[in-house]
Design a protein around this ligand. Structure first.
Ligand code: GDP
Length: 392
């Protein structure tokens, strides 16, 4: 209890003391104002202070910063890198080396990670893009999604391990929160490889299917392709990311936006790394001899809808679904395997292979030695002090 209140408790009766406490919780007044208790209105007396909880959470989260891991997959050349750069206004692919046809024949699917720290109005976001070059490029694409499913499982496994370990405070979460899957605009719907990919991943990650390079199609073709893809997704039992239901107390404008968002899926997108001049304004777009396609023009494509969904409205939900549904599934499977192994063998054996501990580098070793030395000195000092006390 603060000294200020104890001092006043000598002067005021218990009821006034309660009011004084409520007043202190209610508003950050100056010390001078506090020394003259004011009578509170009845509704103010009920105020405990937990209404500030959202502010506390907000402050803490902003201080900590946010992270988001986005995977992009689809045949090469469908505009994945261009779209990611257009979405986050960065150049994540500066050092990319493009392979020729001969090199691509022997290439296997790779997993590449790019991380950027972006900041907007004091809010920091650590964005990780997981790229999957080589997917769908080989002559034989049987199981070409395997390295991708393995990668997602490995991130779950690492998280499970860290969560069950000693240092749970500093867990690095590398789980994939969303996978943008690029569908070719040139086909008549989904290709077998698209179906197989999505079926292999839909229980592990939030899949958002996209129609790539939508400027290659006229509006009626886009409508037809979208319909076809939606039908095939249903027919093959593919579970793509479901946008959550809109709260009934939301305003009409928000509800309308939510309806449009759901009706637009799968989003037909256009990407561009260049800024062009259209109607006197500088816009991100693609300049053709017959006109300009604007990336952020909602009449031209669904880029803005995708960006709003991914960044402004559903980023948190994507993370929640990853954690509460996909990771929970993985975790439950792991625990189930552990338990069945235990009943079979009557001894616990982890189904997760034990990773070898990393060998510390020279710098870490030096630090450990210094800490050991410090501990030894402290122990010596303690012994001396104990000896002195016994002697007295
Ligand atoms: P990735 O291999 O999937 O990463 O594809 P890139 O982003 O490297 O794009 C391959 C080519 O397609 C490049 O020449 C891009 O300029 C072009 N491209 C990218 N996005 C679009 C688009 O939306 N429409 C059209 N027509 N071309 C695009």
């Amino acid at each position: 209890m603060s000294t200020g209140l104890r001092y006043k408790s000598k002067l005021v009766n218990p009821e006034e003391k309660q009011e004084l406490l409520a007043e202190r919780l209610l508003s950050p007044r100056t010390q001078a104002q506090r020394s003259h208790p004011v009578k509170l209105k009845d509704h103010e007396k009920q105020y405990v202070g937990f209404a500030t909880l959202p502010n506390q959470v907000h402050r803490k989260s902003v201080k900590k910063g946010f992270d988001f891991t986005l995977m992009v997959a689809g045949e090469s050349g469908l505009g994945k890198s261009t779209l990611v750069n257009s979405l986050f206004l960065t150049d994540l692919y500066k050092d990319r080396k493009l392979l020729n046809a001969e090199e691509r024949i022997s290439q296997t699917v790779e997993i590449l990670k790019h991380t950027v720290d972006i900041e907007e109005k004091g809010v920091k976001l650590k964005l990780t893009i997981v790229d999957t070059p080589g997917f769908g490029d080989a002559v034989n694409n049987t199981e070409c999604w395997k390295p991708i499913t393995d990668y997602i499982d490995q991130q779950f496994e690492q998280y499970f391990r860290d969560e069950s370990g000693l240092n749970r405070k500093n867990i690095q979460d590398n789980r994939v929160h969303c996978c943008l899957y690029f569908i070719s605009p040139f086909g008549h719907g989904l290709r077998p490889v698209d179906v197989e990919f999505m079926k292999a991943l839909h229980e592990k990650v939030n899949i958002v299917p996209l129609i790539a390079k939508a400027d290659c199609l006229i509006p009626s073709e886009i409508r037809k392709l979208k319909e076809r893809i939606r039908e095939e997704i249903d027919k093959f039992g593919i579970k793509v990311y479901q946008f959550p239901d809109c709260d009934s107390d939301e305003d009409e404008e928000f509800k309308q936006q939510d309806r449009e968002l759901k009706e637009s899926a799968p989003f037909a997108v256009i990407g561009s790394n260049t800024v062009v001049e259209a109607k006197g304004q500088r816009v991100r777009g693609r300049l053709y001899p017959w006109g300009i396609v604007e990336v952020e023009n909602q009449a031209h494509c669904d880029f803005v809808k995708l960006r709003n969904m991914l960044i402004r409205t559903h980023m948190h939900d994507l993370k929640d679904v990853t954690c509460d549904v996909h990771y929970e599934n993985y975790r439950a499977q792991c625990i189930q395997q552990m338990t069945s192994k235990l009943t079979q063998d009557n001894r616990i054996e982890s189904p997760i292979p034990i990773l070898p501990l990393p060998t510390p580098d020279a710098e870490t070793e030096k630090l450990i030695k210094m800490k050991d030395e410090e501990l030894r000195r402290m122990q010596e000092m303690l012994q001396k002090m104990q000896q002195q006390m016994q002697d007295q």
